[in-house]
Design a binder for this molecule. Structure first.
Ligand SMILES: Cc1cc2nc3c(=O)[nH]c(=O)nc-3n(C[C@H](O)[C@H](O)[C@H](O)COP(=O)(O)OP(=O)(O)OC[C@H]3O[C@@H](n4cnc5c(N)ncnc54)[C@H](O)[C@@H]3O)c2cc1C
Length: 505
């Protein structure tokens, strides 16, 4: 669906916003300005003015997750001033805050009371709750794979100015639809899900949670699919992973996790990445909060070499598997470690000597390696290649072999790494020539998608260009489901006013 092409004069629009908002409005070289609403009333006024003027909207938090190949042609709403904590139940570990609250600020409030939002990505203190929900950020705890499963409720602002709170939605639940607009939206969503029941059962990846497209699982529409809500529908889950395409999150209510008293690491050397991949899902199943595998080329990065310095020499062509356990009870952690070691005996994975006193230094180096892999890719910031995917555990090795063969055919050099809890397999270019060659290779991107879909997996990418992400939706789900997802999106934003945020072009 095409967005309205505004005939509004950008200079007039900027002046109109400056006159109406208490927050700052800045020109940043693009056609439309960036507005930083001072509060929720400001946010609503900015949204209304954009609607009246026919100017598209893009919403952002810290903008850490939105690389793109082009700029964004929309009024950008930067929500970071909406950072109030509205409620904190210290006993239950439940917090409600505005969407612009940063992870660092949340931590400063929650940590002294023994709570945390256990984000899996290191070094993301500046990221906001709205952005973390927008991408459905992964969590460390094995019990909860992503932040979407921690949502109690979200108050959203629709692009037409309607405000509605989404939360548990069943016979006995408290979510009240405040307007005919909200009632029509929610009943329309359930109608689409009911109409598409057979297609959803046929084309949805049942074993992994997809990161693209509309979350039909939040409506309890796909019995048997991983992450399906079943009867426990919570409409807030629709916003998880929606990347600002459905509505603007204003207020987010989350359940937090207890901070652990004890931590232990396990490090295992594997002779090959494939050998580590075979064992990774079983190891993740034994309760670590983080289970990661890094190939030799990832370990060649400076933080990888520093890790090897702590652990002793690693096999030259091999891989390193790291698992971190944490909890209240030191004895249970030891028992978990023991179970992993027992499953590994005779497997070719070699436990590395790791005194408990090295734990903190190891944690720092592992974080540094993960950040280096995420942030220091040579070449362009955005790509059309789905560099990350999730696969059912028993298909991880096959997925890796087939994708690696495609890369080898093209003589591309990459670093491989994988995460155990959600079957995540990731690659990043290892040198600038490979980066330049692969980020725009449409045939490679399509071939990777076909492999992942055939193996029952989900395509993903921390660095995916937003336009490329949209183009991948039919490759993930097929044309019929992609169209159903688009109809569901259109119920939220019929005039297609919300544009994907793009930063760091
Ligand atoms: C190179 C790189 C590597 C990364 N690696 C990881 C990783 O390993 N694990 C991980 O979990 N994350 C990772 N991220 C993601 C990143 O850390 C988080 O997405 C980010 O910090 C989220 O917060 P933010 O405020 O920056 O979101 P933004 O980038 O500002 O926004 C993220 C998305 O959410 C939407 N959004 C923001 N605010 C709102 C709102 N109020 N209402 C509705 N939608 C909203 C935006 O439109 C956008 O689509 C990575 C990012 C990059 C660039």
């Amino acid at each position: 669906m095409s967005r309205r092409n505004p005939s509004t004069d950008p200079a007039w629009f900027g002046r109109r916003l400056r006159a109406a908002l208490r927050g700052r409005v800045e020109a940043d070289g693009a056609r439309w300005p960036v507005a930083r609403p001072a509060d929720e009333a400001d946010l609503r006024v900015a949204t209304e003015i954009a609607a009246q003027a026919g100017v598209p909207l893009a919403v952002r938090g810290a903008g850490l997750d939105s690389p793109g190949m082009g700029g964004v042609d929309a009024l950008v709403l930067d929500c970071r001033q909406l950072d109030a904590v509205l409620d904190f139940d210290r006993d239950a570990g439940c917090i409600e805050a505005q969407a612009g609250l940063t992870l660092a600020a949340l931590d400063a409030i929650a940590a002294p009371q023994g709570w945390r939002l256990a984000l899996d990505a290191p070094g993301r203190g500046a990221s906001t709750l709205g952005g973390l929900v927008g991408i459905d950020a992964r969590l460390r705890a094995s019990a909860a794979v992503a932040i979407g499963s921690r949502l109690e409720g979200i108050e959203v602002l629709l692009a037409d100015g309607t405000v509605q709170r989404f939360g548990p939605f069943g016979v006995a639940d408290a979510t009240r639809l405040e307007s005919t607009r909200a009632s029509a939206l929610v009943s329309g969503l359930f109608e689409i899900a009911a109409r598409e029941r057979e297609t959803l059962a046929r084309d949805w990846p049942m074993r992994v949670v997809p990161s693209l497209g509309f979350r039909f699982t939040a409506l309890g529409a796909i019995p048997g699919a991983v992450g399906d809500a079943g009867a426990a529908v919570n409409l807030a889950g629709l916003l998880a992973g929606s990347r600002g395409a459905l509505a603007i999150s204003q207020r987010i209510r989350l359940r937090l996790d207890r901070r652990p008293a004890h931590r232990r690491w396990l490090a295992l050397a594997a002779d090959s990445f494939a050998e580590g991949l075979v064992r990774l899902p079983a190891i993740a199943g034994h309760g670590p909060v983080m289970a990661g595998l890094f190939d030799a080329s990832a370990l060649a990065l400076a933080p990888g070499r520093a890790l090897a310095g702590l652990l002793g020499p690693l096999p030259a062509a091999g891989a390193l598997l790291l698992a971190e356990f944490e909890g209240e009870d030191a004895a249970r952690i030891e028992a978990g470690l023991g179970r992993v070691l027992a499953t590994c005996s005779g497997s070719g994975l070699r436990p590395l000597r790791l005194p408990a006193s090295l734990g903190q230094r190891l944690a720092t180096q592992v974080d540094a390696l993960r950040m280096a892999l995420a942030d220091t890719v040579p070449g362009p910031a955005a790509t059309i290649l789905p560099e990350d995917c999730r696969l059912p555990p028993e298909r991880l090795v096959e997925g890796w072999r087939r994708i690696d063969a495609l890369l080898a055919e093209r003589r591309l050099r990459v670093r491989w790494f994988a995460g155990g809890h959600d079957g995540r397999l990731s690659l990043r270019a290892a040198d600038p020539a490979s980066a330049r060659a692969m980020v725009r290779d449409g045939a490679l991107a399509a071939a990777v998608c076909r492999i992942v879909r055939e193996l029952g997996g989900a395509i993903d990418g921390d660095r995916l260009d937003p336009a490329a992400r949209a183009a991948l939706v039919p490759l993930q789900f097929g044309a019929a489901l992609a169209a159903a997802g688009e109809k569901a999106r259109a119920l939220f934003d019929p005039q297609n006013r919300l544009a994907p945020f793009v930063g760091g072009a």
